[in-house]
Design a binder for this molecule. Structure first.
Ligand SMILES: C[S@@+](CC[C@H](N)C(=O)[O-])C[C@H]1O[C@@H](n2cnc3c(N)ncnc32)[C@H](O)[C@@H]1O
Length: 200
């Protein structure tokens, strides 16, 4: 087992939790409502994990590049049959660069694992073609009780204004943020937002 793979103990059972499938579907539906996805599009799913989000969007686009740092999560994705072209990159995008220009970057429930969100948004901006988009779903600010296992949590969710500012500072325009869904855990409900923005 890779010592650095923070999702190693979760990966095998990750898709077995119905709540995760429901959340990914709800986020995908919000993305489809906001962005006109087309078959000629090449998108990145940043922090794809086992691919729950990209599975819900793959029918609508041409190609996904899945990026994830965790060999165990990526291992589950590799075994799946995805109905679009799929390229899988096992890497830490905060430390490595990927020479790609894509039409859009989607991400679900990953940004709270990233220490320097501002730097990542700047990297996203560079990786987009002009006219490209980001559609990023993550946790609203919470009290730290969302995670019961330490999977490398860097933020207890985000204040929405702070999140919009990351996108603004990186150069994005047409920035919108809205409710995507909620995640109900036995002790509490957690809000999930979707931020969308464009590169001019
Ligand atoms: C909570 S999971 C979300 C997985 C998937 N997006 C979903 O919604 O089911 C977070 C994922 O982000 C990945 N991750 C965390 N930090 C990363 C980094 N720096 N670069 C790439 N992936 C990262 C983890 O390995 C994990 O698979």
């Amino acid at each position: 087992m890779n010592k650095e793979d923070k999702f190693a103990s979760k990966a095998k059972e990750y898709d077995a939790l119905q709540r995760r499938l429901v959340t990914a579907k709800a986020i995908a539906n919000r993305i489809k409502a906001k962005i006109n996805l087309t078959k000629d599009m090449h998108l990145i799913d940043f922090g794809s994990g086992t691919g729950l989000l990209l599975e819900c969007l793959a029918d609508d686009i041409g190609k996904f590049t899945a990026i994830d740092i965790s060999p165990s999560m990526i291992g589950i994705l590799r075994a799946k049959s995805i109905p679009c072209k799929l390229d899988i990159k096992e890497l830490d995008l905060t430390k490595e660069d990927l020479d790609l220009k894509v039409d859009g970057i989607v991400s679900s429930m990953t940004i709270h694992h990233i220490k320097d969100v501002q730097a990542l948004f700047k990297k996203f901006y560079k990786m987009l073609k002009s006219g490209g988009f980001i559609a990023i779903a993550d946790l609203d600010s919470e009290d730290g009780s969302f995670h019961s296992v330490d999977t490398g949590v860097e933020h207890f969710g985000f204040d929405r204004k702070e999140f919009i500012d990351f996108a603004k500072e990186a150069g994005f325009t047409n920035i919108k943020i809205e409710d995507a869904t909620t995640i109900s855990k036995p002790h509490k409900e957690f809000g999930i937002f979707l931020l969308t923005a464009m590169k001019k």
